[in-house]
Design a protein around this ligand. Structure first.
Ligand code: C5P
Length: 338
């Protein structure tokens, strides 16, 4: 049972990239991508409540993953999301946010992006839906390239603990009979998102070697690698081919992540060693498909057999600092979005 507090409890699930193709840098500095994003059950949890007596923002961080204490709260993306929401909606309330941080940082799992999306969605609900879904997506894109995906997926489990009996509120329209699994075909710099209606009958073991991977540095490294090696980006695969592959058994997937090759060629030695060891471990323990998520540093294995995944999870817990067994997250209607 969660500790009872006021306000909303909001889940901020993480994602993996099943596929990630990166193309040449655009004039605005961003790289177009072609990716398959998959929402997972594992993630952070936020508690959001109004401050009755002040108009400030109070942010507290709890949970197993600690943030760098020298970084001021104003630089936390959840804090920035409050400010952005307020300037777009005209809201001038004070807000208390307690962030239970579980998703490792700089890990390619979109933890911070999902926190930001959860804040936008929750504040919109708590203030009576002043912004449309499209407006929220536009705000999300200002916070980061991965944030709109989490808005689009319409996260999440929202429970109003200020209401009598802690009832779950506003579960919205569930898509009865539709097997959404939080899967999306993502292009642009990450803001063009097409949800894919596909079954995902597998589970995931996430493994992070406790190495922070900076997204801008990873993209810069990819540019350097291509310049030096003369390698061209691979051609666009296209939505239909990627979706057809998703519908096959994970053992036959040929998805890739362009960052993995770059790290293996010119990445830090500890990254190269960790990634190759984790991917080898996952394969040896029965993963049907293995890859790196985002710009690192989390590697994952997709298992069609849950028993193998459990064994892999237990074995890898003894070898790596962060290991998690989780599942694709079904998109449950629009919990907090109109
Ligand atoms: O959008 P976000 O703030 O997450 O991006 C951080 C940095 O990563 C950008 O400033 C850019 O250097 C790089 N990036 C990129 N192409 C993308 C996404 C991010 O080059 N599609």
């Amino acid at each position: 049972m969660p500790i009872m507090r006021g306000g909303l409890r909001v889940a901020a699930p993480c994602k993996i990239n099943l596929h990630l193709g990166v193309f040449d840098r655009r004039s605005d500095g961003y790289h177009p991508i072609e990716s398959i994003f998959q929402l997972l059950e594992f993630g952070d949890v936020l508690w959001i409540d109004s401050l009755k007596k002040s108009s400030g923002i109070e942010l507290c961080v709890e949970g197993p993953v600690s943030l760098n204490s020298s970084v001021p709260p104003e630089q936390n993306i959840a804090y920035k999301a409050v400010r952005l929401f307020q300037s777009a909606s005209g809201d001038d309330s004070g807000w208390y946010i307690c962030l239970e941080k579980r998703v490792p940082l700089g890990a390619g799992l979109g933890g911070g992006s999902s926190d930001a999306a959860a804040v936008l969605l929750a504040l919109n609900q708590l203030t009576g839906y002043p912004l449309s879904r499209q407006q929220l997506e536009n705000l999300a894109a200002k916070l980061g390239s991965d944030v709109p995906f989490f808005i689009k997926c319409g996260i999440t489990e929202t429970t109003d603990y200020s209401a009598a009996n802690a009832s779950t509120v506003n579960t919205g329209t569930t898509n009865a009979g539709t097997a959404y699994a939080g899967t999306a075909y993502v292009t642009g710099r990450g803001e063009q998102i097409e949800l894919i209606d596909v079954l995902a009958p597998w589970c995931v073991v996430l493994v992070n070697p406790a190495l922070h991977s900076s997204t801008p540095e990873a993209f810069a490294m990819l540019d350097t690698f291509r310049q030096k090696s003369g390698a061209y980006p691979k051609p666009l695969i296209g939505r239909d081919r990627l979706v057809r592959m998703l519908e096959t058994h994970p053992a036959s997937w040929t998805f890739y992540n362009d960052f993995l090759e770059v790290f293996m060629e010119i990445g830090r030695p500890e990254m190269q060693q960790s990634y190759s060891a984790i991917l080898r471990d996952l394969k040896a323990l029965g993963a049907d498909f293995v890859n790196l998520s985002g710009s690192g540093s989390t590697c994952y294995g997709v298992f069609s057999a849950v028993e193998s995944a459990k064994t892999a999870y237990k074995t890898l817990l003894n070898r790596w600092p962060f290991v998690e067994l989780t599942f694709p997250l079904a998109r449950r209607g629009n919990a907090v979005v109109q």
